[in-house]
Ligand binder design. Structure first.
Ligand SMILES: *Cc1c(COP(=O)(O)O)cnc(C)c1O
Length: 384
């Protein structure tokens, strides 16, 4: 069956994956080698040196391309390694416009690394396109969209962003980490690039750091393969294997997380110590309609704020959960709890984060795939 004809769950398990031709191994082997023998100089089986090509990585890249309905996958040693490669498509003088409610590490890479090389970054709200249009000029080369956003869980209308820059020689890149390819496929909505921290839902077991880009244009793919090889931020074959293994249950895991998150969001909304719950599945969420239209479900992330609006109050809750582990990251089978202001978003100035509602008492949950009754009990105890 062709990749295009398969439904998501079938693609997760089969797309781009064949039994190993040399042994018949059903699972893709870990090709732990740095180099490959040549019959004569330049005469080889398509593999020369493992920074440039590795068979385990190739299989993963093809599988990821199919999951995002793209043509080419390009893998990296981390999500930020992938983002670094995307930003290297830009030149001094170029400008990028990004969502203003952004993963802290992405913000840091833009401002503190690429800012030095003469690239200008603008951060705007993308609830409507007015702020974006106001920043557009002849130097704009890229739009960076994170949706749902981290940790405020705003949802950006990807089709609207694409339409706003249509015909302008501007690349639209969507960081799809929070949704995963199971919930949202930005290339289908007109984006040029989709980026994942595969460390999160795609890997899904909190045992690997990995990043990927998927595109649907051969020329863009070749530019990125060039950067992948030239800059060398490649993942090792073991990590590629772990990601491939994680993907086999991606659809099951993410669906269960979504179901659990829905219940937890409703539970928190009713709780008397909670002042606000951020969850795009609520009909009252300002972007609920967009989320419903562009996502298959509403995701496994829930953020909430406390009536006692202090870091001390948040700390009490963060220290008191038992099943929710206090840790950075998200998207694993186990539930995590975090304090964005001091953890993932610690590198963003307080004034900037307060502007988007990221208060000192905001708590973020990555809801795992445990039994939801136990998760609710755990939160209920911690909120006492
Ligand atoms: C974690 C994360 C990244 C960075 O990925 P790493 O694999 O940690 O380098 C980028 N974007 C989002 C939305 C993330 O959650």
């Amino acid at each position: 069956m062709k990749n295009k004809e398969m439904k998501f769950g079938t693609k997760a398990i089969h797309a781009g994956i064949q039994p190993d031709p040399s042994t018949g191994a059903v699972m893709t082997p870990i090709f732990q080698t740095s180099t490959y023998v040549q019959d004569a100089p330049g005469k080889h089986k398509g593999f020369e040196y493992a920074r440039t090509q590795n068979p385990t990585r190739d299989v993963l890249q093809n599988n990821l391309a199919a999951l995002e309905n793209g043509t080419h996958g390009i893998c990296f040693g981390s999500g930020l390694g992938a983002m670094d490669a995307v930003l290297k498509l830009l030149s001094p003088g170029d400008e990028l416009i990004s969502t203003n409610d952004l993963y802290g590490g992405s913000y840091r890479l833009m401002k503190q690394v690429f800012g030095k090389y003469g690239i200008k970054f603008h951060y705007v709200g993308m609830n409507d396109m007015d702020e974006l249009k106001a920043k557009l000029n002849e130097n704009t080369r890229m739009i960076w969209v994170e949706t749902p956003t981290n940790p405020m869980l705003n949802v950006v209308d990807i089709k609207k962003v694409v339409k706003a820059v249509n015909g302008k020689n501007i690349l639209v890149c969507v960081d799809n980490t929070f949704a995963s390819p199971y919930l949202q496929n930005p290339l289908d909505l007109g984006a040029d690039l989709v980026l994942h921290s595969a460390t999160k839902y795609i890997g899904g077991h909190s045992d690997v750091v990995h990043g990927a880009i998927v595109v649907k244009d051969e020329d863009l793919a070749n530019q990125l393969y060039f950067i992948q090889n030239a800059a060398g931020a490649v993942p090792g074959p073991q990590d590629c294997f772990l990601v491939l293994r994680g993907i086999k249950t991606l659809h099951l895991r993410v669906q269960r997380s979504c179901d659990n998150a829905r219940e937890i969001a409703a539970f928190l909304k009713r709780h008397k110590k909670v002042s606000k719950v951020y969850y795009p599945g609520f009909e009252s969420h300002p972007n609920h309609k967009v989320a419903k239209a562009q996502m298959r479900d509403f995701g496994g992330m829930v953020s909430f704020d406390l009536k006692a609006n202090t870091k001390t109050a948040a700390n009490k809750v963060l220290k008191s959960t038992n099943l929710f582990s206090l840790a950075e990251s998200l998207g694993g089978v186990e539930s995590l709890i975090g304090h964005p202001a001091s953890m993932t978003h610690g590198s963003i100035p307080r004034k900037e984060r307060l502007k988007v509602g990221l208060t000192d008492s905001l708590i973020r949950l990555s809801v795992g795939i445990e039994d939801v009754a136990d998760l609710k009990k755990d939160l209920s105890n911690a909120l006492k």
